[in-house]
Design a protein around this ligand. Structure first.
Ligand code: ZN
Length: 84
């Protein structure tokens, strides 16, 4: 299994343990399938609560990001976890 680095804590973990996010239309969305052909990055589930404080999306998108974008992303990821 390939290893990827979390954008928040910079720990390296196996790809299937991480949440994949992609940038699309100047927003960040959760990549549920792991197959979207967009520029992506990874987060560990433990770091999900830290992404807004650490301004992860601002760093990736290079512009300001509203709290709603973070909330939508977090809700989406939690939805994925409920399904599995
Ligand atoms: Zn992490």
């Amino acid at each position: 299994m390939p290893v990827r680095m979390c954008m928040v804590c910079r720990k390296r973990r196996e790809k299937n343990e991480l949440i994949r996010a992609v940038t699309k239309d100047n927003e960040v969305i959760a990549d549920k399938s792991g197959k979207l052909q967009c520029r992506g990055f990874y987060l560990c589930p433990e770091c999900l609560g830290e992404i807004q404080k650490k301004r992860v999306f601002e760093r990736v998108l290079k512009h300001s990001v509203s709290p709603e974008v973070y909330k939508r992303f977090t809700d989406e990821v939690k939805g994925i976890e409920q399904q599995s």
